[in-house]
Design a protein. Sequence first.
Length: 321
Amino acid sequence: MSPNMPLLDTAPLAATLRRELGRRAGLGAGEPLEGGRSRRLFHGRGKVFSGLESLTVDWFSPVALAVLFDKEAERLVAGLIDTLCSVLGDKLEAVVVQRRYQPNAPSETVWGVLPEKVYAVEEGLKYELRLGASQNVGFFLDMALGRALVRTLCPGRRVLNLFCYTCSFSVTALIGGAHHVVNLDMNRGALKSGRVNHELNALELRRASFLPHDLFKSFGKLQRLGPFDLIIVDPPEQQGASFGAVKDWPRLVRKLAPLAAPGCDILAALNSPTLPPSFITGVFANELPDAALVRTFGAPPDDFPESEPDRGLKLFHFRVE
């Protein structure tokens, strides 16, 4: 931090963070976070908390991960450390700060000692994290609702998990009783972590396939592996030159028809603050009219308050008639 950059009055941050922890986790008087469950402790990106829009804080027991989205947020770090130590007490072993506003989003342990292994925990399942290894740590907390939906839809079914990243949907599906899951992602390192996540949760690797392929060059192979009873489509808004939301969602949905068994459920996730829900419903209406919209999940999860809900993660459940 620059010596010429004065610390802000962090009392409002401390009060807000304490209030948020108390409201969502029942911490108030120092009670522990239940079951070691991972969660977002503070979500400034939703623009609900004035002056704190460039800060998020996630809890991956025993580590708090603070992400700074601009240089101004550096002024909050010292006060944030004091607040986390006060609120979390001996549950906290390390505070990691990631600077998203810098090239390659570097991470730094600014307090305590970072354990050799850190995991996300959700519904009793564990997922290996890669703190400091890349911009994304390996697990998206805001997708909890999507994983819960997949768990209810998957018993006895064949599942296709597109843009699978570290395969959290696959782990959830297999725990929920899926017959087999085909995971596809271009990122070989993410798929390697996906295998580890299956092993962490005592899942047989023969029940899952891990394909390091470009999606748009692999539809022939996927068709031979199908048809599928549940298809999960969770692309990033932009993935280099290989995927762009506006350009590629239509051709992606167009390719799903021959992969889908009769009655196939499709979970589509739109990760874009600029595209409205009508973008996805319009794409499906035009490119896959046999898929009827079952439900839209538009309200943000409680841990992710949004002043403009349409800017957050949007989930859609379709069913092929």
